[in-house]
Design a protein around this ligand. Structure first.
Ligand SMILES: [Mg+2]
Length: 360
């Protein structure tokens, strides 16, 4: 496939509720046009603490796009090799370009993104046609409403039990004992000793696991904490590159891994890592990175190809978006069935709020 034109489309979209003080999600869509008039889209969505970050991503996009404007990719192996190299420095860019190229290949082959991913990684793999949703809730009313809509897996952000245990108890009461509850500390407990004390206090809620109890950066300490923890532990921020995942498996550091294709360098490498983790007996889920519908569609395709039917973090975090996925049904997110990403009306893909198209 030969690329004919490359565009960078900056976007700024409102969050449903502020995330760590931010009210707007900013990122870039990378739009790649092939010589037959198709357009593939990928999302480069940066977030502090993950990946290469905003400044490095912006700088890399500016130098990269002219290079790509007449590039050719013979097949998916070439796409994967390119993304793997790029992921070593700017995983957000690797992911955006890989997803845009996969979108183009999927359209050419008349397959969905998930079908294309599956066929490339393992010809015997068939993607699921829907993925169980994990939904972030903040209070009991929200949890009860989600329950009513058929959601069966809930995630709650926690910091200290003093503050959050009453709220968490109310949520557990609203969703009932059978529903899955996951807690996410986002590294809030600064030492393993503090984490252990908090984990013991939250144990009464019977969470399926607790995500990132201690800050990222010390997998040995994480592994030690896991050995002492009364609850299963999941790594999220601690997986900043594929090498972290290899090390986590080596150390038996976690019961579960949260994979964000945006920060690992794309859905292809994320799927390979997920399969390796599953073979080692570690549970794996995928989530988007609070990115636009383009990033969510890629995370959804990855989720549908994961080795086990786990609840994944695919519910939207944005109040307005650039397009839409099929509506959730009974706590599951259906996959698009048409070729490529199928993101709704193309006119919605570049809202006026995103500003002018920029030439790199
Ligand atoms: Mg998390």
């Amino acid at each position: 496939m030969i690329l004919r034109q490359v565009e960078l489309l900056p976007y700024a979209l409102p969050f449903r509720r502020p995330v760590r003080g931010e009210t707007t999600r900013q990122g870039w869509l990378v739009a790649l046009h092939d010589h037959q008039g198709r357009r593939g889209l990928g999302d480069a969505a940066c977030w502090p603490g993950f990946g290469a970050g905003h400044a490095a991503t912006a700088a890399r996009l500016a130098t990269l796009l002219p290079e790509l404007s007449h590039a050719s990719f013979a097949d998916l192996a070439a796409v994967e090799a390119w993304a793997q190299l790029e992921a070593a420095t700017t995983p957000e860019v690797a992911c955006a370009v890989e997803v845009a190229l996969l979108d183009l290949f999927a359209q050419r082959q008349g397959r969905s993104l998930a079908q294309l991913l599956a066929a490339h990684v393992d010809p015997a793999l068939t993607p699921r046609d829907s993925v169980r949703l994990q939904v972030l809730v903040h209070d009991a009313d929200q949890a009860a409403a989600a329950c009513e809509a058929g959601v069966t897996c809930f995630k709650l952000k926690v910091s200290a039990a003093d503050l959050d245990l009453p709220r968490a108890r109310a949520i557990r009461a609203a969703i009932g004992p059978e529903a899955t509850l996951r807690l996410d500390a986002n590294g809030a407990w600064s030492t393993p000793a503090e984490a252990l004390a908090e984990l013991e206090r939250f144990a009464e809620l019977a969470p399926e696991w607790v995500e990132q109890p201690i800050p990222a950066g010390d997998l040995v300490a994480f592994a030690e904490l896991r050995r002492q923890s009364p609850l299963p532990l999941a790594l999220d921020e601690g997986l900043r590159a594929s090498a972290d995942l290899e090390r986590a498996l080596e150390l038996a550091a976690a019961d579960a891994l949260v994979l964000k294709p945006t920060y690992l360098g794309g859905p292809l490498v994320a799927l390979r890592l997920a399969r390796r983790a599953h073979a080692a007996g570690v549970r794996v889920i995928a989530t988007h990175a609070l990115d636009s519908v383009v990033g969510r569609a890629a995370a959804l395709a990855l989720s549908a190809c994961l080795p086990a039917d786990e609840a994944c973090g695919l519910a939207p975090a944005l109040a307005a978006d650039l397009g839409q996925l099929p509506a959730p049904l009974g706590g599951r997110q259906p996959l698009p069935t048409s070729p490529g990403q199928e993101l709704g009306e193309p006119s919605l893909l570049v809202p006026a709020a995103c500003g002018k198209k920029e030439s790199p």
